[in-house]
Design a binder for this molecule. Structure first.
Ligand code: TTP
Ligand code: MG
Length: 364
């Protein structure tokens, strides 16, 4: 069955990941940093021992410095480590540049992080490895940054590919090599295998893809529940998750129409609350945020008004707050008597929550 499914998957997917992103940007902008071990984070000596390493250049990595390590620990591992505080504004703007380049190749893009995305290039006539080379060239041309790219027929294999020859490499995993590639993969490299799963596998004597392949689906389900299925199919180089194209989502909204026109302000208020709750739920499900909120009102004479509010930072996904904003606009448009046939609430200028998640590291 696995072989049959594999043969059906004719997609062409790239996974792109910038090498040591924040560190590479800082080395680009200050060449003196290229020859020293560099950690992006606050110097613990200047900040009362506080700070976390966001990333490190390859010189520092060889000394044992890595992402999410405390700055003190990093300094202990690498005493001459040079610290540079992160500049998120800069990284965000470079990320925007890179995502624009992605659009030269396809509109089916799933951003994963500021420096990382899946691209489905199935519709592009050119061969996928050629596209990978062109993409790397374009990114270098525009940003003077190197990246690694994995090319294959599913997302898991494309990601494994981009990790395979890091930094500054391309790895193509075509159908005929995929099964072998996965069989030889250390068990720790499979998607979703963290510390706990790894310990469990160690006890079971499972060390690589070949050992995993030998396990039955039932056995894997008993050990890992539904994650067992994921492992079973990964060992067979099969994974059908599509590239989730979030760039097409230009707006997320909801409208209500009324057979019997509304004349009562409290009914309007209640409707906006319900609409806001639905829109918020939908935005949360899709992990999106919006910078523009548009309120739509149509009355009995079919006069339709739309009013938008745009902010520099995305709106908080708080239904009560959004409903209040909508009411401000409504009260301005209809201070007295009214007869309302339609109310709507829509977010546009959509951004991914993941992009904003970078601010989690703002407190470094
Ligand atoms: P990664 O792509 O995971 O790491 P990287 O680009 O630094 O290194 P490489 O891809 O070559 O392995 O993450 C991208 C950026 O996200 C990274 O430069 C810094 C930031 N980041 C953190 O702030 N904290 C973290 O724990 C991780 C993993 C990344
Ligand atoms: Mg990276």
């Amino acid at each position: 069955m696995a072989e049959f499914l594999q043969a059906k998957d004719n997609r062409r997917i790239l996974h792109v990941d910038i090498d040591a992103f924040y560190a590479q940007v800082e080395m680009r902008d200050n060449p003196a940093l290229r020859k020293v071990p560099l950690g992006i984070g606050r110097d613990p000596d200047l900040h009362h021992g506080h700070g976390v390493i966001a990333t490190a250049n390859y010189i520092a990595r060889r000394a044992g410095v890595h992402s999410a390590m405390g700055s003190i620990e990093a300094k202990r591992a690498c005493p001459n480590l040079v610290f540079v505080a992160p500049d998120f504004e800069k990284y965000r703007s470079i990320s925007g540049q890179i995502h624009q380049i992605f659009h030269e190749f396809t509109d089916m893009i799933e951003p994963v992080a500021l420096d990382e995305a899946y691209l489905d290039v199935t519709a592009n006539k050119m061969a996928a490895p050629t596209l990978a080379a062109q993409l790397r060239h374009r990114i270098w041309q525009e940003t003077q940054l190197t990246c690694s790219v994995g090319v294959s027929y599913n997302k898991v294999l494309a990601k494994l590919g981009s990790e395979h020859h890091k930094p500054n490499g391309v790895t193509v995993i075509p159908h005929e090599l995929a099964q072998d590639f996965v069989l030889n993969l250390p068990i720790k490299d499979f998607r979703g295998v963290g510390k706990k799963t790894l310990e469990k596998f160690e006890k079971m004597g499972v060390t690589d893809g070949r050992d995993l392949y030998a396990m039955s689906l039932d056995e894997l389900r008993v050990q890992f529940g539904s994650f067992g299925d994921v492992l079973y199919w990964q060992a067979r180089a099969t994974h059908f998750s599509p590239v989730k194209d979030r760039s097409v989502s230009q707006s997320v909204g909801k409208e209500s129409t009324f057979e019997l026109a509304l004349h009562d302000r409290s009914e309007v208020e209640m409707t906006f609350k319900t609409l806001a709750e639905k829109v918020v739920l939908n935005m949360k499900k899709k992990k999106l945020l919006g910078r523009t909120l548009t309120v739509k009102i149509r009355d009995d004479d079919f006069k339709t008004q739309t009013k938008g509010m745009t902010q520099a930072v995305p709106f908080e996904l708080d239904a009560a707050f959004l409903a209040r904003q909508a009411m401000l606009i409504f009260d301005e448009a209809y201070p007295d008597n009214f007869s309302i046939r339609l109310l709507g609430l829509t977010f546009s200028n959509i951004v991914e929550q993941k992009y904003e998640a970078v601010s989690l590291f703002d407190s470094l």
